[in-house]
Design a protein around this ligand. Sequence first.
Ligand code: BGC
Length: 708
Amino acid sequence: MLDAMKANRSEKAFDREKIHAGNIGRSVDHAAVKVEVERLLVNMNLQQKIHEIRGWQAAPIDGLYYAGGDEALNIPAYRMVDGPRGARTGMATAFPVAIARGATFDVELERRVGLAAGLEVAAKNGNVILAPTINLLRHPGWGRAQETYSEDTFHMGAMGVSFVSGAQNHVLTSPKHFALNNIEMTRFEMSANIDERSLHEVYLPHFKRCVVEGAAASVMSAYNKINGVYCGEHPVLLNDILRDDWGFKGFVESDWFLGTRSTADAINAGMDIEMPVGYRFDDDKITQALAAGELTEKTITRNAGRALYQKVAFDLANRQKPDPSVVECSEHIELAREVAEKSFVLLKNEAVLPLSVSQTIAVIGDLADVPNLGDRGSSMVTSSQVTTPLEGLRAFGNEFGNEFENEFENKEAIHYFASDADLDGIGEFDVAVVVVGLTYKEEGEFIPSQQQESDGSDLARGGDRAHLRLPESQEKLIHKVASKAKKIVVLLEGGSAIEVSSWVNKIDALMMVWYPGREGGHAIARVLFGTVSPSGKLPVSFPRSLSQLMDWDITALDITHDLFHGYRYLDKKAEQPEFSFGFGLSYTEFTLQGLQVERAEDRFFLSVSVKNTGDKVGAAVPQLYVSYRNSSVERPVKELKGFGRVELGPGETVDLEIELSDEELCYYDPDRRWVLEACTYDFRVGQVSDNLPFESAWRFDGEDWLPE
Ligand code: BGC
């Protein structure tokens, strides 16, 4: 009785205090920093200032890219390390890739990943992590999809700022690549052509959030052009928007080598540090530009001051290096496993999962038995140990000491078949688990190295995908197994949407496991056997076929960007994808109840009760979308504007509170800027983007808000 009367536990979808705790960038005494930077500059000659605005050399030194720094003046150098899935130097914890973490829809977890990655970078003597990558997944074929979180602006901002705040407990972050870098093969030359509204409304808000709310200490510019002007010398982007509008106080560093295209233009536009080495910013070129009057010493002083600013703000001269034992420590390894478990997206399950240990299992496919951590571009991380799916399944009982242990001593309960093995025997097994997917060969940052078949210690190819299907041999493998197996479960590895329509009807269960990091195999075993219920949701729509999406040409040099891509595009065309944005099944069921909406000051507070009506522990991800009625401008059919992840025991109910500010409801008008339009706003809540049963309509009459 008493229990029944207890108020439900209540949680905030995005708890600012928790997310931003300890972020050094947010508690800077700017007045004091300014005074100190001015004091330093007064004592520096031109040569010393120039030294501050460029990297030292093309290749890293002990895994770190150095920039600036002067021992005599007690100015430390920046020591930069990639990146988005952990520290890319030596051995480090390889976390699941960012798109997998996007699928957790768990901002507090992402803060913890930022904390761990930042700490490992600091322990390796770095002071800047070249992450997070927050370029929108405009098309799922983008080679670097795995490095980013999402196709959605709001979701990207929430995940990105959580990483920034976590990592900035230890090091500076560098959200990248500013901006509109979303194709790989032509990244050095491509012009992203865009109108002002789409730029501000769709492609920039997540950068703004990292800068304004997350106080990101630096920003890395992009290689590509925007409307014909290279991002690395784009005064509107680097100066007017980033500094004047957003109040950015840190430094902009170029993307590596081809990110700086000029000397005077780049410096004048607000490119503060050329990386990894001063090629355009070398002494001769700067001297010539000064002599020609294209550049002034005042501007160099300005940029040097920006480069110095965060060294003072983060007190880099006195920061202690953490003990190296934090690298791949047990806490980080556990975290990598937890993240992987929460990132898997169960896409189909016809009464086959979870598996039971009394079943015999055939594990099939080459990918079941190889570490597959993602691409081998700049975000590659090497771990001292990686558990493959097969190893994880085999170790399941022993590693976690549960009641299944004895049965797993009989290794024959799990039998492995390589892709080219004779599969005739698989009909004998209760279940066939097939592991298929992509690798660094099919997608990733494009590194045209001669050694394209990297052994894992070297950078190697990648690039955009021209189509979204699996390699043909893998589709054939699925068909073959499906024709012989009693039950077939497919695990999909990859960094973005994969087209499954030609085979999905032939299988019993499908789970997207992304590139699941060093602990992926253990996480897979725990989810397949039901120790943990799957709870990931898709941060990218999975189309039925490429033809459902906008044109995609990986050789394009001019690409028009607008308000519509991802689910916004599919909605506009009234196309139903194979799996919608925000979709993901569980082993338990959730119901949402009683959407309540309150208004205070400039925002709404929405509350929804989430109940676990099944018999297993699990996590639900309520999602808030907004639709606009009678808008005077074209608006997407709906847009994500809030989400939260709640863990619930069987029968438990939690009230989730989602905050929605007026700012999120505005559209951008080039003349009037952000416009809160007089019209009706439908707040729609559900557990997947295409099923939003809870609605509340509010009308803004130009002055007041009224419920409709
Ligand atoms: C990538 C960046 C990366 C840099 C340094 C560039 O090629 O685009 O994301 O941070 O290399 O490795």
